[in-house]
Design a protein around this ligand. Structure first.
Ligand code: AMP
Length: 249
């Protein structure tokens, strides 16, 4: 069995995001970049399935500028076997990413594609769903538990009412939630070993896919600053302020 796992390079989740002065986006120069957090869970789950003897090969793919290779190397350092870097020069919307992934799926013929549930930069939550639709494969989204069987995969997903268990036939697209597992850290020897693992390099321009972006971003703005809070001296004062100033009771 073979898993293709999609990893996106994004601004690290600990970084304080700074909006560009002209409102055209956010600063990414000289900013710490990392793997999109749920993509780390997707890699971890793939590697665990391999360690359990249920999966033979894990291929990590990233679509982006040259530096996306760092994200692939990280996946290789925690246990993925091979990397694929598809070079694009500009931001590509989820539809374009899904089209590229489809091409790779047709070539590599994996039994499952693991993705993160959502990228923390564009917050789209679309790529996995679009890929499943284009491949005409079943999809299981927001996965917090995976039970891989011979011809199907049973997954648990968190929904408003509680936990839902679904089983889908393979091949399938699975998007991973942060609660799926605890991603491991790469050890130094494994980081060194990862440098020798194979990484295929492709150029999106040569793949024959239409990557025209369809969404026009009008403006990026900082959220309004929150006003400082106040301390009240008594419950009576609190009730009075809620009633007369905030007018919420
Ligand atoms: P999104 O639909 O943009 O929220 O992204 C959902 C998931 O799709 C991410 O968690 C990644 O697993 C995958 N993905 C999105 N963009 C890329 C990319 N440029 N390269 C690799 N994987 C991606």
């Amino acid at each position: 069995m073979k898993i293709l796992v999609a990893v996106k390079r994004v601004v690290d989740y600990n970084v304080q995001i700074r909006v560009k002065e002209d409102g055209s986006g956010v600063h990414t120069e000289n900013v710490k970049m990392s793997t999109n957090p749920p993509d780390d869970n997707a890699v971890e789950e793939s590697v665990k399935l391999k360690e359990a003897g249920k999966v033979k090969e894990v291929i990590a793919i990233s679509i982006g500028e040259d530096k996306a290779q760092e994200t692939i190397r990280k996946a290789l350092a925690v246990g993925a076997d091979k990397g694929i870097h598809v070079k694009v020069d500009n931001y590509v919307e989820p539809l374009g990413i899904a089209k590229i992934l489809k091409k790779i799926v047709e070539k590599e013929k994996p039994d499952m594609v693991f993705l993160g549930k959502q990228a923390i930069d564009d917050d789209c939550n679309q790529t996995g769903q679009m890929l499943a639709a284009m491949l005409n494969w079943p999809q299981a989204t927001f996965t917090s538990k995976v039970n891989l069987k011979d011809k199907s995969v049973e997954i648990v997903r968190e929904i408003d009412e509680g936990l839902e268990t679904v089983e889908v036939n393979l091949p399938a697209v699975v998007t991973c939630d942060l609660r799926l597992n605890q991603p491991r850290f790469a050890s130094l020897p494994n980081i060194m070993k990862a440098k020798k693992k194979p990484m295929e390099q492709l150029d999106a321009k040569e793949m024959g896919v239409d990557l025209t972006n369809r969404i026009q971003q009008l403006k990026v703005e900082e959220p309004p600053k929150r006003k400082a809070g106040i301390k009240v001296g008594s419950v009576a004062e609190l009730v009075s302020k809620l009633k007369n100033e905030a007018k919420v009771i």
